[in-house]
Design a protein around this ligand. Structure first.
Ligand code: HEM
Length: 179
């Protein structure tokens, strides 16, 4: 009985610990108003931006994203629409339909998703409550579909490149055989 109680307690504790370690989760969710204040010109002077709902502190890149910087339009919001459209006007960014992105738009978006993911100077500080993460910090179905589409695009690219190399190799072998 004692052992059984102990085992139950341990399982509960382990479950609790693992759920606390899950990223992202409650506590890391950033609302639109907080993000909107992080332009670099208000309060603590920090600049934040979001890409596919992940929020990064890009204060180190203030010369790009701060007031007067060439990429200041990306600051204090989710900039995915700009990255997917490759355009710098708000209208184009808002008009982006994430469920029907072209291959090139997906590839551009993927490029910037990876850029921020890899850049040590821009730590991820949370996720944005919006279309890519819900208010509890869990990835939405839209984001899951987009991530899958970006990975599929990558697989197709690798396959195309491999097939192209094989074709080149076959032509080379053929040319040498019939020389
Ligand atoms: C004619 C087209 C473009 C030119 C000439 C250009 C030029 C540049 C240059 C020179 C840098 C590096 C600045 C530096 O390290 O000092 C840079 C960085 C960057 N560009 Fe562009 N760019 C162009 C288009 C775009 C587009 C279409 C986007 C996205 C919609 C974009 C987003 C960025 C971002 C996010 C950075 C990184 C800033 C950082 O390091 O945090 N650029 N660009």
């Amino acid at each position: 009985m004692y052992l059984q109680f102990n085992l139950g307690l341990w399982i509960t504790l382990l479950f609790f610990a693992s759920s606390q370690a899950t990223w992202p989760g409650p506590g890391h969710v950033i609302d639109n108003d907080t993000l909107a204040s992080k332009t670099g010109s208000e309060g603590d002077g920090e600049v934040w931006l979001s890409v596919l709902g992940k929020v990064y502190n890009v204060t180190e890149g203030r010369r790009f994203y701060g007031e007067g910087g060439s990429y200041s339009i990306f600051a204090a919001k989710d900039a995915s629409g700009y990255f997917a459209s490759g355009k710098f006007d708000e209208e184009s960014a808002w008009a982006v339909e994430y469920d029907s992105l072209s291959k090139s738009a997906l590839s551009d978006l993927k490029h910037w998703v990876e850029f921020y993911e890899k850049k040590d100077a821009y730590p991820q500080i949370g996720v944005m409550d919006g279309i890519f993460y819900d208010s509890n910090g869990y990835q939405t179905k839209l984001r899951t579909r987009l991530c899958k589409a970006m990975t599929e695009g990558n697989k197709v690219n690798i396959l195309t490149k491999t097939l192209r190399s094989l074709r080149r190799l076959a032509l080379l072998v053929k040319a040498n055989i019939f020389k």
